[in-house]
Design a protein around this ligand. Structure first.
Ligand code: UTP
Length: 294
C-alpha cells in the first residue's frame, strides 16, 4: 500500500505576539522544553508517523528554525573529541530525524495561507499531506497514524479532536459531528469557533493535527479572508465539507500542551521536567516547598 502521506507541513511563520518581547529575536518554535525545541518534538512525531519530509513554513528572517535542523560539523567534532557521546547523539538527532525543507510565507496572512505556501513543495503523486502545529503538543504521540488509518478506510480529510469538559469548551474550535460505528471516529458536519458552552454542537475540540486531502489547496484558493482578516484553514475545510468531501475526526484520549503562550509553555516545561530522571526529583521537592510557602 502507498504511504498515506510522505510530507508533513509545519507552519511556523506566525508573529508570535503572545511571546513578545522574546520573539523579537528568537522564533517561539525554538524555545526549549527543558533542552529541546518544540519544533524538534513535532518533527519526531511526524517522522514516527512515517513522514519522510518536513516542510517548515517560515517568514523571511526566521531562518534559524531551518538552521536548527542542519548538521553542525564543528560542534559535533568538539563533542566527539571530548568524549561527550550522549550529548553528541542529542545534538545530531534533529538533522537525522527527517529531511527538512522550507517554504516562505512573506506575510502572516493566516494559517490557511501558510499551508497554501507549502503546495509547491509537494510532489505530483502526493494525494494527502499532514499538518502539525508546532505550538500544540499532542501526547502521547501516535494520533497521526490513527488518522492515516481512518483516511485509508473512509477517504477524504481527517482531523484530530479532544473531548473537553463542556464548561471549558468555549475556549476552542468545536466540531459539529455525527457518530460512526467507531466511538473514537466522528463524521464532521461543520465547525464553530469558540461557542458559548450551552450552544456548542459537541464537546469535541479541534487540535493542531490535520491529515488533509490534496483538494485542500484548491479550496484554499477559493476562500476569502475570515476572522482577523486571515485566510483560515478551517474555512477551507468547511468549503470542502459543503461540497460533499468526507471529513472525519479521530478523538484523541490523551494530553496536550499549548506551547504558543507563556502560561501553556510553563506548564509543559514543568510537566516534562517532573518526568525527567535528572531534574524531576529536585524540582518536585522544590515545588512542594515553594507552594507550601505560598
Ligand atoms: P498562532 O496564531 O497560534 O501563532 O498560529 P502566532 O500567530 O505565531 O501567535 P500569536 O497569536 O501572534 O501569539 C498557529 C500556527 O500557525 C502558524 C504559527 O506560526 C503557529 O505555528 N502561522 C499562523 C503561520 O505560519 N502563518 C500565519 O500567518 C499564522
Amino acid at each position: 500500500m502507498a504511504l498515506p502521506f510522505a510530507t508533513a507541513i509545519v507552519p511556523a511563520a506566525g508573529l508570535g505576539t503572545r511571546f513578545l518581547p522574546a520573539t523579537k529575536a528568537v522564533p517561539k518554535e525554538l524555545f526549549p522544553v527543558i533542552d529541546t525545541p518544540g519544533i524538534e518534538l513535532v518533527a519526531a512525531e511526524a517522522a514516527e508517523a512515517g513522514a519522510s519530509r518536513l516542510v517548515i513554513v517560515i517568514s523571511p528572517g526566521k531562518d534559524a528554525v531551518a538552521e536548527y535542523f542542519r548538521p553542525q560539523p564543528e560542534l559535533e567534532a568538539t563533542l566527539e573529541e571530548r568524549g561527550k557521546t550522549e550529548l553528541l547523539g542529542r545534538v545530531q538527532r534533529a538533522a537525522n530525524l527527517i529531511q527538512v525543507e522550507t517554504a516562505i510565507q512573506d506575510q502572516a496572512l493566516g494559517l490557511g495561507h501558510a499551508v497554501g505556501c507549502a503546495e509547491p513543495n509537494l510532489r505530483p503523486e502526493e494525494e494527502a499531506v499532514a499538518v502539525l502545529l508546532p505550538d500544540d503538543l499532542v501526547l502521547p504521540t501516535g494520533v497521526l497514524s490513527r488518522m492515516a488509518r481512518v483516511r485509508a478506510e473512509r477517504g477524504g480529510t481527517v482531523l484530530c479532536a479532544f473531548d473537553i469538559p463542556r464548561a471549558e469548551i468555549s475556549a476552542y474550535g468545536v466540531f459539529d459531528v455525527d457518530d460512526t460505528d467507531d466511538p473514537d471516529v466522528k463524521r464532521v458536519n461543520g465547525m464553530v469557533e469558540k461557542p458559548p458552552a450551552d450552544e456548542a454542537p459537541s464537546t469535541f475540540a479541534a487540535a493542531g493535527r490535520y491529515l488533509l486531502d490534496r483538494a485542500i489547496f484548491d479550496a484554499l484558493k477559493r476562500i476569502t479572508p475570515g476572522a482577523g482578516g486571515e485566510l483560515q484553514l478551517t474555512d477551507a475545510i468547511a468549503l470542502l465539507i459543503s461540497e460533499g468531501h468526507p471529513v472525519h475526526v479521530v478523538v484523541h484520549r490523551g494530553g496536550r500542551h499549548d506551547l504558543g503562550n507563556p502560561a501553556g509553555f510553563l506548564r509543559a516545561a514543568v510537566d516534562f521536567a517532573l518526568a525527567h530522571p535528572e531534574y524531576g526529583p529536585d524540582l518536585r521537592d522544590w515545588l512542594r516547598g515553594r507552594i507550601a510557602d505560598g
